[in-house]
Design a protein around this ligand. Structure first.
Ligand code: HEC
Length: 165
């Protein structure tokens, strides 16, 4: 009984502290500057573990080889935030927090199914949108195939895709 009342007391105190923190305004919601190391670790770990868990629960659609379609979508939709070989992100991509990663440097850390999950579902409270309601499965498979080609792609090769549209 004493244990139970102690437990309830701890929950009530935690709830009051959480309310106090929310109402005090001390949580700085600016999109400028970096997170502190513990917050950055927490968010990065929660994201990775969440994507791994959610993607594992869904079947990965077959790989696409429609790189032309994948490029078109990337260049119309993603490049503004993520940039590309020879292309900087635009102003709003540069001002986001967390900053959209340069995908050529990060895609190798994700499986095709995880990349598909991210592009389909987005990542809440970052700038990464969900494309599930605006793009077909074929389009999303194609853009996933294209981003997997980004590592090592030169600006000339990217421009070549642009000319071939
Ligand atoms: C409005 C800006 C924006 C657009 C448009 C956008 N993204 Fe993102 N994307 C982000 C941000 C911000 C993150 C980082 C999220 C984080 O750090 O948790 C991200 C993360 C990702 C990741 C995970 C990368 C990693 O290593 O963490 C992938 C993959 C990705 N985006 C693919 C795409 C693709 C493909 C498109 C186009 C179909 C796209 N994004 C369009 C902002 C954007």
């Amino acid at each position: 009984m004493r244990f139970l009342s102690g437990f309830v007391f701890a929950i009530v105190v935690a709830a009051i502290v959480a309310l106090g923190v929310a109402y005090s305004g001390i949580v700085n919601v600016t999109a400028r500057g970096a997170d502190s190391a513990p917050v950055a670790w927490f968010l990065a770990t929660a994201k990775r573990q969440s994507v791994m868990r959610q993607a594992a629960a869904e079947a990965t659609p077959p790989a696409s080889n429609d790189l032309k379609l994948g490029f078109r979508l990337y260049n119309e939709t993603c490049v503004y935030c993520h940039g590309g070989p020879g292309k900087d992100p635009v102003d709003f991509g540069k001002g986001l927090m967390p900053e959209p990663p340069y995908l050529a440097d990060t895609v190798a850390g994700w499986s095709p199914g995880q990349l598909y999950w991210i592009v389909r579902n987005g990542i809440r409270m970052t700038g990464m949108p969900s494309f599930a309601d605006t793009h077909s499965e074929d389009e999303l498979r194609a853009v996933v195939a294209f981003i997997q080609r980004l590592p090592g792609m030169t600006p000339e090769q990217y421009a070549e895709y642009e000319r071939g549209q």
